[in-house]
Design a protein around this ligand. Sequence first.
Ligand SMILES: [Zn+2]
Ligand SMILES: [Zn+2]
Length: 343
Amino acid sequence: MKGLMKTRLGAGNVEIQEIPEPKPGPGEVLIEVKAAGICGTDIHIWKDEYKSVPPMVMGHEGSGVVTALGEGVEGLSVGDRVTSETFARFCGNCFFCKQGRPNLCPGRKSIGTHLNGFFTKYLIIRATAVHRLPENVSFRAGALSEPLACCTHGILERTPVTAGDWVLVSGPGTIGLLCLQLAKADGGKAIVLGTDKDEERLALAKELGADEAINVDRQDPTALIQERTDGLGVDLAIECAGAAASFNQCLKLVRKGGRISQGGLFGKPITSDVELVAMKELEVFGFFSHVPSAWDRALRLMAEGKVLTEPLVSHRLPLTEWQKGFSLMERGEGLKILLFPED
Ligand SMILES: [Zn+2]
Ligand SMILES: [Zn+2]
């Protein structure tokens, strides 16, 4: 079968290789991949800006069908439509694992960065990482379960929204548009900020329920936010762009005593007026990857139509056209790009 491999460390070193079909060991299942999403992290791995342990098949977001069960696997059947958590292994014994936070486990090993991932035809994963897709969730929509689980963890678990809260989402990429929908599902009012390159994404944000979507290159959002929030500022600001200007907007537009949630990755230190955290008595949160508890809720929200993931899919490409997909992603074009393995 064909697998999109990071072959060794260093910039580039990504290519399609012929690899053997894997067999599930005890406690593992074999999944036939139906759709896999390109994440910003994949671009960082491609450019060697994110730690990976090659050689491995890339891809940590996907959906598929269970085609074989390893010894001792219960609760799953051949033919089940599924998606999977990314942590193939975590120690289960450290301070963080014991708190139900395997995303922070130093011994965590993930598909697509340490072990073979979704950018291929077949994938093996521990059965306990697998979640069944609701009947009305397509493979395409289900391929976005992982980013949705990350945002569900970030917003609903870490910084829950109360009905009537004003929520600022800065950066209308996949993570931003999922956070927007979660804030709305939780009863909040949402303002999404983007820049000139985000015009289409801002229009989509409106379709997905944003109360306001503002291009900050054309309009300073301050006056509008002041007006909407009785001069206070937003209750919660979620930074999803991974850009210094975006974080600084969040600091400025959040109300005194409000909360900031950091979801974007900057890839470098930034300059920021952190004194505002003290002066405004802000609470600062962050979210990284997902925890098991977020998955069931994420899948339920998809099943109930409270969060739509399929409208975020901008491109569908065969796996062999990965380079086109990676380049689109690198240039910030499109939104969620899906790859499909071929026979
Ligand atoms: Zn990702
Ligand atoms: Zn651990």
